[in-house]
Design a binder for this molecule. Structure first.
Ligand code: AMP
Length: 547
């Protein structure tokens, strides 16, 4: 049969070309490490990408080489991303909050040839520089700074590197299966593992992120990714904003509530994305300052379960819809997003709120199933059967970087390590990380459910429920909580607050107040650390007789 359609590889360079051609004057707002705010636009970003791509031709690189970044969300970092992947190299985004030993491990595992870094991270660079033999160049993402030269004599400066380069550059054309970027999982146990995204997986994932039933992004939006560019590619926002031609507001290093409220109000941000701890801080700041965050129509929360109180607060007090989304490094990350269907207009307010609390349903492209342990038979999607959550699709990991062994089950699914339910419409609810579930006397208790209730108490700012060892029940839940400022709430008051909200045997045996919870580089609470610190409190306490 005659006839066929054009073939064009799905390449990341197409995104920046599209943005420069059709959204040239759309603003890119960026807070720099010195606190200054700069404004450029998609055309200027594209021109700087091309300048940097020309500078790479003097670097003696081979296609597929890894070039790393240790940087905040700012415009130079954005330009570096596009220049690296567009030129056929792999952009390895490094989480600066890792320990130096972990940083050294991943840089050596990736065999990075260069590291682009924000000046904030100079001490890190100095700590690792002698231990990363493959790195030939360190490039500071700034203009020349003599103090940095004193500490790191061979350093290059981004602004100088691109200054005299041409803005003419023809992006190389290659297979869309070519690797484009690399991101290591947090690695709470064992060494971090690298997920190697391709141009194709990135573009397909980006399209799905923009869908109306995902984040519904368009050229009308002003998007602020609070989620860092080193956390699963900032959930694709730097790509998605170029794809649809929206303004991007890059918040730099200051992720506290006050700084974010300033950016939202000054630049009329319509949608912002971050983990729950970010929103908790932002809501406190917004309340204190009396702003109504008028421009925000929606916010996206993912990375950890979103407490219902956050969704309610945004809706009732700021008229802002919270989109609860779920994903992981291995899933690019979008696996599900919570958007209602037409039929849900008929739901009662209470039923609708219940639906909005779930992690949502998969966009076209990914498929979910739940199974029992290592079985390959899918459990029913009835909204209450719990099972191990598995996923497959064109933007899901197949093999980790440098690992010969497949990351998939024998029948081709990726096991997420999460325990979930799925209902008949595909709405998925995360019950827990398999390793965070609390097993009391043979019965499972969801730590997420306990935390959601706890942070609904007006005097609790943050909470983590963990398993504490118990002589009779093996494990019992305890709650580690941070009070709101000046609160005098007591342990008994918090425990009573759980009554009638869950079965009495699920109520935490103890509530321990702390000043702050340990959070990792991506803003998630590190439960493993809490388990080490508090896991024996019930054994050590004399009043362990419970339930
Ligand atoms: P990471 O790869 O570091 O982004 O971590 C992925 C893990 O974060 C997932 O496997 C989940 O356990 C957790 N996670 C992400 N989004 C959510 C969410 N919306 N609700 C509950 N847990 C989540």
């Amino acid at each position: 049969m005659f006839g066929k359609m054009m073939h064009q590889s799905l390449l990341i360079s197409n995104l920046i070309e599209h943005a420069a051609k059709y959204h040239a004057d759309t603003s890119i707002i960026s807070r720099e490490v010195n606190g200054q705010i700069t404004t450029s636009n998609w055309l200027q970003v594209q021109q700087n990408c091309k300048r940097l791509a020309n500078a790479f031709t003097t670097f003696d690189l081979e296609a597929g080489d890894r070039l790393a970044t240790i940087a905040w969300n700012n415009h130079r970092h954005l330009e570096t991303w596009y220049a690296v992947s567009g030129s056929g190299y792999v952009c390895h985004t490094i989480n600066p909050r890792l320990f130096p030993e972990q940083l050294i491990f991943i840089i050596n595992d990736a065999q990075d040839k260069a590291i682009f870094f924000d000046s904030t991270f100079l001490p890190l660079i100095l700590a690792i520089q002698g231990k990363v033999p493959t790195v030939e160049r360190f490039i500071c993402l700034s203009s020349r700074d003599d103090k940095i030269v004193e500490a790191l004599p061979d350093v290059l400066f981004y602004d100088e590197l691109i200054q005299h380069q041409s803005t003419e550059f023809n992006w190389p054309q290659f297979s869309e299966e070519t690797p484009s970027s690399l991101c290591y999982t947090s690695g709470t146990t064992g060494n971090p593992k690298g997920v190697l995204y391709s141009h194709r997986s990135t573009l397909l994932h980006t399209m799905a992120t923009c869908f109306p039933d995902s984040l519904s992004l368009s050229a009308n939006d002003i998007v602020m990714p609070v989620v860092p560019m080193f956390h699963v590619n900032a959930w694709s926002v730097p790509y998605a904003t170029a794809m649809v031609g929206s303004t991007i507001v890059l918040p730099g290093p200051n992720l506290d509530g006050d700084s974010l409220v300033d950016l939202i109000d000054n630049y009329k941000v319509t949608i912002a994305l971050g983990v729950p701890t970010i929103w908790q801080g932002l809501l406190v700041a917004a309340k204190k300052r009396g702003t109504t965050l008028d421009s925000m129509t929606r916010n996206v929360v993912g990375g950890a379960a979103c407490p219902p109180s956050i969704i309610r607060d945004f809706k009732n007090n700021y008229n802002c819809d919270t989109i609860h989304a779920w994903g992981m490094s291995e899933t690019s990350p979008l696996g599900t997003a919570n958007q209602p269907k037409a039929k849900h207009a008929a739901l009662s307010e209470e039923e609708f709120e219940k639906l909005r609390l779930t992690q949502g349903r998969p966009p076209f492209g990914v498929e979910l199933r739940i199974v029992d342990g290592s079985s390959t038979t899918a459990l029913p999607n009835d909204g209450h059967t719990q099972g191990n959550l598995q996923i497959r699709g064109p933007w899901i990991v197949d093999h980790y970087f440098n690992q010969e062994k497949s990351a998939l089950t024998a029948d081709g699914w990726f096991d997420t390590g999460d325990i979930a339910t799925i209902d008949a419409d595909g709405y998925m609810t995360i019950c827990d990380r398999a390793k965070d579930l609390i097993k009391s006397g043979g019965e499972w208790i969801s730590s997420v459910e306990l935390e959601n209730i706890a942070v609904g108490h007006p005097e609790v700012r943050m909470a983590a429920a963990i398993a504490a060892r118990h002589p009779k029940w093996d494990e019992r839940p305890i709650l580690i909580a941070v009070k709101q400022e000046n609160s005098a709430v007591t342990e008994d008051e918090i425990r009573s607050y759980f009554k009638d909200k869950i079965a009495s045997w699920q109520i935490p045996d103890a509530v321990i107040f702390v000043d702050a919870l340990p959070v990792n580089g991506t803003g998630k609470i590190v439960k493993a650390e809490l388990r080490t610190q508090f896991g024996d409190v019930l054994i050590n306490s004399k009043t362990v007789e419970s339930v």
